[in-house]
Design a protein around this ligand. Structure first.
Ligand SMILES: [Fe+2]
Length: 169
């Protein structure tokens, strides 16, 4: 190994560490531009963000594995409940022509599958920096993109068909 290679390797590790430190601070913040315009869904997204942030905070604080696993389960139960709510809206109003239901539900299934993979990893080992960085980044990206690209489309459809859904709980 020559000195140049060693220096390059050191610089790469330093950059990776910087990236991880930034990722560790990722938390989800609900703002009005994430609203889908349906009160029940917006309130569930806000509760999801609270549960996600509790989990990310526990990982960031290097909380005990038992606490992290409990928060995983606490979040997962609410994710299932939330996806059921959105599926019910899609099914109840299917006759009015929501065209994205199949794709929307497939995104939910993909989330559950990937979430369970992270959970399986956690059951076999303590969360390390790489796990925390990957999981935090994935959670942030998935929810922000899904809400803005998919859920808001559902909201536009629902409010277009039934304006009262924008006001009722
Ligand atoms: Fe959704």
């Amino acid at each position: 190994m020559n000195a140049g290679f060693a220096t390059e390797g050191f610089q790469k590790r330093a950059v990776d560490t910087d990236v991880i430190m930034v990722i560790l601070k990722l938390m989800l913040t609900w703002t009005n531009d994430l609203s889908v315009g349906v009160v029940e869904i917006d309130e569930q997204h806000q509760e999801l963000f609270r549960r996600i942030n509790r989990l990310l905070g526990a990982l960031d604080d290097r909380a005990a594995a038992v606490e992290v696993r409990t928060l995983f389960a606490f979040l997962e139960s609410y994710v299932v409940c939330h996806f059921d709510t959105e599926s019910k809206y899609m099914d109840d109003y299917a006759l009015y022509g929501y065209a994205d239901a199949e794709h929307h539900k497939s995104e939910h299934r993909a989330f559950v599958r990937d979430f369970q993979e992270f959970r399986t990893d956690l059951e076999s080992a303590e969360p390390d920096h790489l796990f925390i960085a990957e999981f935090s980044k994935w959670m942030n990206n998935w929810w922000l993109i899904h809400i803005q690209k998919v859920d808001q489309g559902l909201g536009v459809f629902l409010r277009g068909a039934f304006p009262i859904l924008g006001r009722m709980k």
